[in-house]
Ligand binder design. Structure first.
Ligand code: SF4
Length: 150
C-alpha cells in the first residue's frame, strides 16, 4: 500500500510493505502518527521540523518525506494523469492507462528546472494511491515509476 500525505510545506510517503511497525514515528511525533486514527498519518497536526525528524527516524525506509516547495499535486482522473502545478503553471505529469482492474503508469516527467525535489515521486504516489483505493492493480512500464514502487 502506498500513501501520500501532504500539507503546505511537507509531503510524506508511506509504503506499508516496508513498515516493520517499530513505531519510532509514533514516538517521534505522536500528533502526526496515531495508529488509532484513520488516516493514521496527519501532517497538519505538528510543526514541519518535528515531522521531518520523526520520519528520519524510520528504520525501514517505509516513511520518507520531501519539502513541497509550494508545488501542488492534483489528480486529473478524466485526463488519466496526475499533474504538478507551480501556481497555475503545469511543471510535471504522470500518465496512466486504466482498465477495469488495473492501472498502468507509462510516463512520468518533471521540467528539468524543478528536478531533485521529489515531485516525480509525489506524482507517482498520487496515481498509485488512487488506484489502490479503487482496488486496482498497479503496473508500470515507466522505469522511473517502477523504481519508486519497488
Ligand atoms: S517508524 Fe517506519 S517502520 Fe516504524 S512504524 Fe513508523 S513507518 Fe513503520
Amino acid at each position: 500500500m502506498h500513501r501520500l500525505y501532504e500539507q503546505e510545506d511537507i509531503a510524506i510517503f508511506w509504503d506499508s510493505e516496508k513498515c516493520r511497525h517499530a513505531k519510532r514515528c509514533v514516538t517521534g511525533s505522536p500528533r502526526t502518527f496515531d495508529i488509532t486514527r484513520r488516516p493514521w498519518i496527519d501532517p497538519t497536526k505538528a510543526p514541519t521540523a518535528e515531522i521531518w525528524q520523526a520520519v528520519s527516524a524510520c528504520p525501514s525506509g517505509a516513511l520518507t518525506c520531501v519539502y513541497t516547495h509550494g508545488i501542488r499535486i492534483v489528480l486529473d482522473e478524466e485526463g488519466h494523469r496526475s499533474i504538478a502545478l507551480d501556481g497555475e503553471k503545469q511543471i510535471g505529469e504522470c500518465d496512466f492507462d486504466e482498465t477495469e482492474d488495473c492501472v498502468e503508469i507509462f510516463h512520468t516527467e518533471v521540467l528539468p528546472e524543478y528536478g531533485r525535489k521529489g515531485i516525480a515521486k509525489r506524482l507517482v504516489y498520487k496515481v498509485t494511491e488512487a488506484a489502490e483505493h479503487a482496488k486496482k492493480r498497479v503496473l508500470s512500464s515507466c522505469s522511473y515509476a517502477k523504481k519508486v514502487l519497488e
